[in-house]
Design a protein around this ligand. Structure first.
Ligand SMILES: *[C@@H]1O[C@H](CO)[C@@H](O)[C@H](O)[C@H]1NC(C)=O
Ligand SMILES: *[C@@H]1O[C@H](CO)[C@@H](O)[C@H](O)[C@H]1NC(C)=O
Ligand SMILES: *[C@@H]1O[C@H](CO)[C@@H](O)[C@H](O)[C@H]1NC(C)=O
Ligand SMILES: *[C@@H]1O[C@H](CO)[C@@H](O)[C@H](O)[C@H]1NC(C)=O
Length: 363
């Protein structure tokens, strides 16, 4: 008897039906396939047969519930099919709303296909297990779903390099698990929500190259884990919150190419920040004389502002200054001599009122 049970169990375990994907998942995938056109590799030729959990390119299932958990389609990857074809991927068509019928979906990556248009189906906010949404590098239009904040498990939202429009939804700051937000290079407008600091798990906030306006919210500095803040090339105005220089792990702060005014907060120059780009704004006043041993800059770019006064002496106490640029300001006086300044060229200092000394003309 025990033997018979064992035989039955082993037959069951090799029975292909036990591994097949749910028919509803299979139907949804076929609808997704029908809305897309991938002419060069034929990846969707593998999307055939009854078991969508087996050998369907870019599809994987949860081994316990046999439901589709991941869709991972990248147009630029190391996959051998790309090497064989000697080209990167291209797809056009749209992302079907049928995606929202995959209600165990945890990761949705349809990235770098360049030609996929249409909107992000708003119904994805009803997918309770969604953790990753990566749709970078397509031609998506329309807005982010207004109720995106419902995705309480979402850790990655990457929609960079598309043509998305509209304001950042108010519910965005309800994404309490979000760690990585990348909205770069779209057409988002309006302001950064004042309560942005509610995103307390965030480590990267990349909002560069949009049409965002208004002030940098103070609340950003409450995000304890934030290491990379890129707000460059927008239309932001107002002043730089001094609290940004007190953040525990902030390593990169790019605010270049906005319309930010006021003075440079002294805290920024003696902080954990190693890449600081404030170029092309409307900053005034002196460069604060607050460099110290913790100042370690791979990049310190203050060019194209209205800064005046001299280059502060304390800069010689910085541990490292790699790329340095104060060109196109109204600075005056002698350029400090000594490390970490020895390697710099004239282009770092040109177009000021009366800077002098090496590598410019003698004082
Ligand atoms: C999609 O790409 C194909 C080339 O593979 C092209 O013939 C077709 O016109 C494109 N469709 C759209 C809607 O752009
Ligand atoms: C954010 O979440 C809270 C609590 O769940 C809810 O009351 C609020 O309406 C949400 N905000 C938005 C804008 O969706
Ligand atoms: C700083 O920002 C400016 C303006 O966007 C850009 O041209 C420059 O290359 C950036 N500096 C560095 C070192 O990346
Ligand atoms: C920049 O901000 C100032 C106010 O600080 C405003 O007068 C000016 O019009 C703004 N410039 C642009 C190009 O938005």
């Amino acid at each position: 008897m025990v033997k018979l049970v064992a035989v039955i169990l082993s037959v069951l375990s090799i029975c292909p039906l036990a591994y097949s994907c749910a028919p509803s998942d299979r139907a949804a995938l076929l609808a997704i396939k029908a809305a897309l056109n991938e002419p060069y590799f034929g990846i969707f030729k593998s999307w055939t047969g009854p078991d969508c959990c087996k050998n369907w390119y870019g599809v994987s299932c949860d081994p316990e519930v046999h439901r589709v958990a991941d869709i991972n389609l990248r147009g630029e990857s190391e996959d051998p099919i790309f090497e064989k074809a000697h080209r990167t991927g291209y797809m056009n068509g749209t992302i079907s709303r049928a995606i929202c019928r995959l209600n165990r979906l945890s990761s949705l990556t349809i990235a770098d296909w360049k030609g996929i248009s249409g909107t992000i189906p708003p119904c994805i906010t009803s997918l309770p297990f969604l953790r990753i949404v990566d749709l970078i590098g397509n031609k998506l239009t329309g807005e982010l779903p207004a109720d995106i904040g419902r995705l309480s498990r979402l850790t990655v939202l990457n929609v960079a390099d598309n043509q998305l429009t509209g304001r950042l939804p108010r519910s965005l700051t309800n994404l309490s698990s979000l760690m990585h937000l990348d909205l770069r290079n779209n057409l988002f407008r309006g302001t950064i929500p004042r309560n942005f600091g509610k995103l307390r798990m965030l480590s990267r906030a990349l909002l560069s190259r949009n049409r965002l306006q208004g002030q940098i919210p103070n609340s950003i500095s409450y995000i304890y884990r934030l290491s990379d803040l890129d707000l460059s090339l927008n239309r932001l105005s107002g002043t730089i919150p001094p609290s940004l220089g007190k953040m525990p792990v902030l390593a990169t702060l790019n605010l270049d190419g906005n319309n930010i005014s006021g003075t440079i907060p002294p805290t920024l120059l003696n902080s954990r920040i190693g890449t600081l780009n404030l170029s092309k704004n409307a900053l005034e006043g002196n460069i604060p004389d607050t460099f110290g041993a913790t100042s370690y800059f791979m990049v310190l770019d203050l060019s194209y502002n209205q800064l005046k006064g001299g280059i502060p002496k304390s800069i010689l106490s910085a541990t490292f200054i790699g790329h340095f640029d104060v060109s196109h300001n109204h600075l005056c006086g002698p350029i400090p001599v000594g490390s970490p300044f020895d390697h710099l060229e004239a282009s770092s200092f040109v177009y000021n009122d009366c800077l002098c000394g090496k590598p410019l003309r003698e004082c």
